[in-house]
Design a protein around this ligand. Structure first.
Ligand SMILES: Cc1cc2nc3c(=O)[nH]c(=O)nc-3n(C[C@H](O)[C@H](O)[C@H](O)COP(=O)(O)O)c2cc1C
Length: 214
């Protein structure tokens, strides 16, 4: 196949696929700061994401208050225990897994859906969740940019949105959807932690792709 004249150079193409393939969810961090310019670059990468109706329904709160970080961690820990109870026979395996690095990461962000989302109809009249999909795109942008920068990022979703909303004093109607742990790492594992630990495996492409009918 002939490459498109709009394509990147071979090196750049490889770099994009490399970031996609070697990105990992990170829960283990080593000490070391994140330069403010680097953090800003990552947030800028998130802000370049596509969004339904160009809604840009995201808001980032940077947590710098140590007591707030501790309160967030305590809440996540409680939710981890609640999840374990809900897992029944896989409880013990789950309890051995590390699911967050909130107290060890250098930067902590809470990402939320903005308030007054009902005003936006374009592209979400029938599927209102498209705003959530847009924020997920923003986080993925950030994740890939962080990987390229050699920085670890972990998405934590073990929390009650309303509790977290209260902790960050979010406006009425805004909804936290992610706690992002960002920091320096020892390295990036070849496989997802949930694969290494035997929790699950990546399904083959033939399982997720079909033609004309499901
Ligand atoms: C929406 C979302 C929420 C997630 N929440 C958590 C979480 O709370 N804790 C955690 O350890 N990993 C979380 N992850 C990371 C997944 O476990 C991880 O992406 C998956 O196991 C594949 O591993 P990889 O990201 O390293 O490829 C989340 C990922 C996504 C996309």
């Amino acid at each position: 196949m002939v490459a498109s004249k709009h394509g990147f150079s071979k090196t750049d193409i490889n770099a994009v696929y490399r970031a996609i393939k070697t990105r990992r969810d990170i829960r283990h961090f080593i000490p070391g700061d994140i330069e403010p310019e680097l953090l800003l670059r990552l947030i800028q990468a998130a802000h370049f994401a596509p969004s339904v109706g160009y809604m840009q329904p995201w808001h980032f709160v940077r947590i710098t208050d140590p007591s707030l970080r501790k309160n967030i961690h305590q809440h996540v820990e409680q939710e981890r225990l609640n999840t374990a109870e809900a897992l029944d026979e896989r409880k013990d395996t789950f309890m051995k897994l590390k699911i967050e690095g909130i107290m060890d990461c250098s930067e902590l962000l809470v990402v939320s859906l903005t308030s007054q989302r009902e005003q936006y109809i374009l592209g979400r009249r029938t599927i209102p969740e498209m705003d959530l999909a847009s924020v997920a795109c923003a986080i993925q942008n950030m994740w890939l940019a962080a990987r390229a920068e050699g920085i670890g990022l972990g998405w934590v979703s073990f929390f009650e949105p309303q509790v977290l909303a209260k902790l960050i004093q979010a406006p009425e109607g805004a909804l936290p959807i992610a706690i992002l742990c960002i920091g320096q790492v020892q390295g990036f594992a070849d496989k997802p932690l949930l694969e290494e630990s035997g929790w699950d495996t990546r399904r083959p492409l033939s399982d997720i792709l079909s033609e004309n009918t499901w």
